[in-house]
Design a protein around this ligand. Structure first.
Ligand code: SAH
Length: 409
């Protein structure tokens, strides 16, 4: 008889008790527990361990993924009642996210978000689809121990051609210990070039292994669509153009011309490639297109050489921290004010913000306030999050846009 291995010693479950003030947000479904809200912890925890959170009466509050290196110490997976977090639980969680997106997209749109982090019950994890390619982006090391299991589940359920791993900058050092790196393949072969996908029938290339976000700004799809719907016959200035998404939608809809303005030569080159990908569309082929490599604030601040009938302002996040909010509001106001002289009478300004620290109402007020002195405004509409990027708690609300017709005063 062979000697039996002793059973592995299982550490006691990681148990946390929180300060009273942290109880009600957790009860209400808020997905974050900050380190300074923890009152008691039975032992040190490892990255990715399941932590069980109790209230002051020792009642279960929530359980979630523990990250000892993040001030965001626990990201909640399950609140209200305990659950066994096993393969069936993960499969059900994935099904829930897939279900929310059922029927949102037809075959003409193959780029969208399958999983939007906390808002889909997958805290700190994003999953984007670009045709046959999935891009899995992680924002906490707490996922590293589960990555193989999650990859297996995604392959079985979604049957992608490949899965690319992306890591937020703050977890790239910790990833090395797990032999993980930003841009590596989790499944399938690396793409040879940009991954081509469809958005409303338009072809776009995404740099999935190294591009910003997961390679494309999928969150602006609805606004690109709307701008397309408003662009016929108009001359478009696409400020902060990145890979030319707004311009392509406008060109296909019959815009008189499009100009892409971006600081990055790389971004402008990707916009040119995207236009080339859609040359078989006669309106895209016929639409005059211009590159403007410039700083948006400086270019808009200079005297206009010509005017546009439609200007889109879609800057990167201007407030990374809450303390940046006043400066961000000033920058939004300054962009709108500088854009005004470039607009023809009755021209349409579309101003966007992707800063979570700037609330929508304040953004809309700021943009309108900045223009009110110089233009008579007609507010066409405001927009928020697209349905594949749901926002289920206050901090998750980052995206908003306002559409303003601007008439001479
Ligand atoms: N509208 C795009 C996404 C914009 S992302 C879309 O629909 O896909 C923001 C872009 O702003 C990036 O391409 C970045 O290169 C550019 N950018 C950042 N700062 C800038 C500045 N000061 N002037 C001009 N472009 C800038």
């Amino acid at each position: 008889m062979t000697a039996r291995e002793p059973p592995p010693i299982r550490p006691a479950p990681l148990r946390l008790r929180v300060r009273p003030a942290a109880e009600s947000p957790l009860r209400a479904g808020h997905p974050w527990l900050f380190a300074d809200s923890i009152r008691e912890q039975n032992r040190p925890g490892e990255p990715g361990e399941l932590a069980v959170i109790y209230d002051r009466r020792n009642q279960f509050l929530a359980l979630g993924l523990f990250d000892p290196d993040s001030p965001l110490r626990v990201r909640v997976l399950q609140a209200g009642q305990p659950a066994q977090i096993d393969a069936a639980w993960w499969a059900a969680r994935l099904e829930r996210a897939i279900g929310i997106r059922a029927n949102l997209f037809d075959g003409q749109t193959t780029g969208y978000r399958w999983i939007h982090g906390e808002n889909d019950g997958w805290p700190g994890l994003v999953l984007d689809r670009y045709a046959e390619t999935l891009v899995l982006k992680l924002y906490t090391q707490a996922w590293f121990p589960r990555l193989a299991e999650i990859t297996k589940l995604l392959v079985a359920r979604l049957q992608p051609g490949r899965i690319v791993l992306r890591l937020s900058r703050n977890i790239q050092a910790a990833a090395r210990a797990w032999r993980l790196a930003d841009g590596q393949m989790l499944h399938g072969a690396a793409p040879e070039s940009d991954v081509v996908f469809l958005e409303d029938g338009l072809r776009f290339g995404a740099e999935v292994r190294c591009g910003q976000k997961t390679g494309f700004f999928l969150d602006q799809r609805e606004n690109r669509r709307r701008v397309g719907g408003l662009a016929a016959g108009r001359r478009l200035l696409n400020v902060f153009s990145f890979s030319g998404g707004f311009s392509l939608h406008a060109a296909r809809a019959g815009a008189a011309s499009v100009a892409d303005l971006d600081l990055s030569a790389h971004a402008l080159a990707s916009a040119r490639r995207n236009f080339a990908l859609n040359r078989d569309d006669s309106r895209v082929a016929a639409c005059p297109r211009q590159d403007l490599k410039a700083d948006a604030f400086a270019w808009l601040g200079a005297r206009p050489a010509r005017v546009f009938d439609l200007i889109v302002l879609d800057p990167p996040s201007l407030a990374r921290r809450a303390a940046d909010k006043p400066a961000a509001l000033q920058a939004y106001a300054s962009l709108a004010r500088r854009a005004a002289p470039h607009l023809s009478p009755g021209g349409l300004l579309v101003a966007c913000s992707c800063s979570a620290h700037v609330p929508a109402a304040e953004f809309f007020q700021t943009v309108q306030g900045a223009l009110a002195g110089v233009r008579r405004l007609e507010r066409l509409q405001t927009t928020g999050h697209p349905p594949d990027h749901p926002a289920t708690f206050a901090e998750a609300q980052y995206l908003k846009a306002i559409y303003l017709l601007c008439f001479p005063r």
